[in-house]
Design a protein around this ligand. Structure first.
Ligand SMILES: C[S@@+](CC[C@H](N)C(=O)[O-])C[C@H]1O[C@@H](n2cnc3c(N)ncnc32)[C@H](O)[C@@H]1O
Length: 276
């Protein structure tokens, strides 16, 4: 086991999480948001689509439904388990040129001009250098190509408070992702890195959890791993308890635990085709 795998498994154990849980909990939420992203990207029959950070492949499958057998979808993810899962789901559809590869989302290795659309569903803010990634995606696009990505516009207040509670045990966490913090910031960032015709829309997505454990499994599986990784092992039980207090406070009188997240969907085209 590598040091990072060891760290991950000790965090998983401390939080009572499992690899199986990691795979189980993402589905509905990403399917819903991925379907909206596919719709906002204006995908058309016959188009060739790349999704970076494709996870289990829910968005890829939604894209495949639209582009059909004359088009294709290609996914990349840096987690072998995700690549295996998403790859099996995509290959089961038997559409030529459609597959999933293990690769880095910030510089996926494809020929210039390979795709009509590059999608990134709730992951672009996880990249170390999103500006470099955007410039690279422009080279992968064909004429009239576009990128489409979703980001969190406003988390549910209970969700945000619970993450802040964990963050108190995780020093040096930057809660807000600079270039994606607002619509104006996204527009400025895209203009600065060679994109135009920017269209931004918002939707509120509800996520229903059985209990705080279920919520934590979801956090673990989706982006929150970065936050949990920063909590020192000895503080994990306290961090968990503090977060659960915040999440419990969000229960409705009926006992439901529903978090509403405002999600922002951005579509843009490279200013000048960056093909070779
Ligand atoms: C929040 S999930 C997104 C799920 C997926 N986009 C969907 O719509 O179903 C983020 C995914 O991005 C992947 N990821 C994060 N950083 C990455 C990187 N630098 N390179 C490749 N994949 C990455 C994670 O492994 C995870 O599967």
């Amino acid at each position: 086991m590598s040091p990072s795998e060891e760290l991950e498994s000790s965090i998983a154990a401390a939080f009572d999480l499992s690899a199986r849980g990691h795979d189980r909990f993402a589905v509905d939420r990403f399917l819903a948001m991925g379907s909206v992203l596919v719709q906002r990207a204006g995908l058309r029959e016959g188009e060739h689509v790349l999704e970076v950070g494709c996870g289990r492949g829910s968005t890829l499958l939604a894209a495949l439904d639209v582009v059909g057998e004359n088009g294709s979808v290609m996914g990349v993810d840096d987690r072998p388990g995700m690549v295996q899962l998403a790859g099996a789901r995509v290959r089961a559809r038997h559409v030529n040129g459609s597959d999933v590869r293990l690769d880095e989302a910030d510089k996926p290795n494809f020929q210039p001009g390979s795709f009509d659309v590059v999608l990134a569903n709730l992951m672009i803010f996880q990249l170390a250098d999103p500006a470099a990634a955007l410039r690279h995606y422009a080279t992968l696009l064909r004429p009239a190509g576009r990128i489409a990505f979703s980001t969190v516009a406003a988390p549910d207040p209970a969700f945000a408070s619970a993450l802040v509670a964990i963050g108190r045990f995780a020093p040096k966490l930057s809660a807000q992702r600079g270039p994606f913090r607002s619509e104006a910031a996204i527009r400025e960032f895209l203009a600065e890195h060679g994109y135009e015709r920017v269209a931004i829309t918002e939707d509120v997505q509800e996520t229903r959890f059985r209990d705080p454990e279920h919520w934590l499994e979801w956090v673990w599986a989706n982006g929150g791993r970065e936050l949990l990784d920063r909590v020192p092992a000895k503080s994990l039980p306290l961090a968990r308890a503090a977060a659960f207090d915040e999440i419990e406070a969000a229960r409705t009188p009926d006992g439901d635990l529903v978090l509403s997240t405002a999600v922002r969907f951005t579509v843009a085209a490279p200013k000048t085709p960056a093909r070779v």
